[in-house]
Design a protein around this ligand. Structure first.
Ligand SMILES: Nc1ncnc2c1ncn2[C@@H]1O[C@H](COP(=O)(O)OP(=O)(O)O)[C@@H](O)[C@H]1O
Ligand code: SF4
Ligand SMILES: [Mg+2]
Length: 352
């Protein structure tokens, strides 16, 4: 833990990050006719020991962002600094050293584990790529220890993925992510493919591992309800950009961006009293194609507050003018020209 009020440097700093996939036509003479702007100008910081939740509908660029963070893909433009060093330009040994420290947990434990490998080989695979991390004679013992750490029987090393349930498979994926003792884990929808009843167990496991191993997390989800429990801060992503970001209470209780408000209004509320009093904001249409991002505010084609200015001017991700002099939780970064507070999810038992 950092000392109270001590200024902390981010462990990861992302600036102006872009990933544009070329869109081509023709077979013989392939010609670029456009680009899929999957990630289109992301800025964010991850601080040591924190969990940053990233939320947005499917197709918003979350997985592309995740792959760039762990260096599985190179950005088209922009920088990712890990402890001050831009990792997007690294290669060879320097790149491998950084990769060790930033690991990924994948969304689907059914497809991300090789069915022909034993659990022991899956969890120990990172040691083949980074042999310096564990001497050969010690690897089996380490793998068994990792199984124990994620709540599985160390005797399972010789079993195969199909012998496990979804939740157990995701524990195996997490054990593999921990094998190299990374500092940062990027978890891309780690519980989305699991039964609701198992989701909380896996989230709790990640939570426990974070304090045990002093990890920093980027935790991606398409649903705001899943990340609340584990996130210190939350960034809301829409069509390749972060549109609102702030502390957990700022985003859940004082959202100022219409997209966040719409996502929150769709989160299930267990309390029937509160449910009866809340307004459901229904978004019209689907997320537009990332090959044709709307001008000005990219959310404007679905925003119920859109006005002329929204088509002309790109709103920057910053504290909106109307909150700059204010104090309190509404004062946080929100990329909207007409940002305002709207309490979407009433406090439990509230009458409204
Ligand atoms: N390798 C690729 N080539 C072309 N388009 C891609 C590629 N990977 C992702 N995309 C597109 O980029 C957009 C964002 O995808 P993705 O990052 O998977 O979003 P999310 O994880 O939020 O659902 C989607 O429109 C997707 O089809
Ligand atoms: S800038 Fe305009 S279109 Fe965009 S979110 Fe704000 S009100 Fe809606
Ligand atoms: Mg995804």
């Amino acid at each position: 833990m950092a000392e109270p009020n001590a200024p902390t440097e981010p462990i990861i700093e992302v600036r102006d990050l872009h990933k544009h996939y070329p869109l081509t036509q023709g077979v013989l003479f392939r010609k670029q006719v456009g680009a899929v702007k999957a990630v289109d100008g992301v800025d964010l910081d991850l601080f040591p020991g924190e969990t940053l939740g990233i939320v947005g509908e499917s197709g918003c660029g979350k997985s592309t962002l995740a792959r760039m963070l762990v260096n599985l893909e190179r950005p088209t433009r922009g920088t990712i600094r890990y402890k001050g060093e831009d990792i997007t330009k690294l290669s060879g040994r320097a790149l491998r050293a950084v990769r060790r420290n930033i690991q990924m947990v994948f969304q689907d434990p059914y497809t991300s584990l090789n069915p022909r490998m034993t659990v022991g080989d899956i969890i120990g695979e990172p040691y083949e790529i980074h042999p310096e991390a564990a001497p050969k004679g010690e690897r089996r013992r380490r793998v068994q220890e990792l199984l124990e750490v994620v709540g599985l029987d160390p005797e399972y090393v010789n079993r195969y993925p199909h012998q496990f349930s979804g939740g157990q498979r995701q524990r195996i994926g997490i054990a593999r992510g921990l094998a190299l003792r990374p500092e940062v884990i990027v978890a891309d929808e780690p519980v989305s493919a699991l039964d609701v009843s198992v989701q909380a167990q896996v989230v709790n496991l990640l939570d426990r591992l974070q304090s045990e191993f002093r990890l920093s997390y980027v935790f991606i989800a398409h649903d705001l309800s899943i990340v609340r429990h584990i996130s210190d801060r939350v960034g809301v992503m829409y069509l390749g950009r972060i549109v609102e970001i702030g502390g957990d209470a700022e985003i859940y209780d004082h959202p100022t961006h219409p997209y966040t408000q719409a996502l929150l209004s769709a989160v299930p509320v267990p309390d029937p009293g509160a449910r009866a009093h809340r307004e459901r904001i229904v978004l019209s249409g689907d997320v537009p194609s990332p090959t044709a991002i709307p001008s000005g505010c990219r959310f404007r084609t679905r925003c119920w507050k859109a006005r002329e200015r929204c088509a002309l001017e790109v709103p920057e991700l910053a504290v909106p003018a109307e909150f700059r002099l204010a104090q309190g939780p509404a004062k946080h970064d929100s990329a909207c020209h007409f940002a305002e507070e709207k309490h979407v999810v009433p406090a439990p038992g509230a009458q409204g």
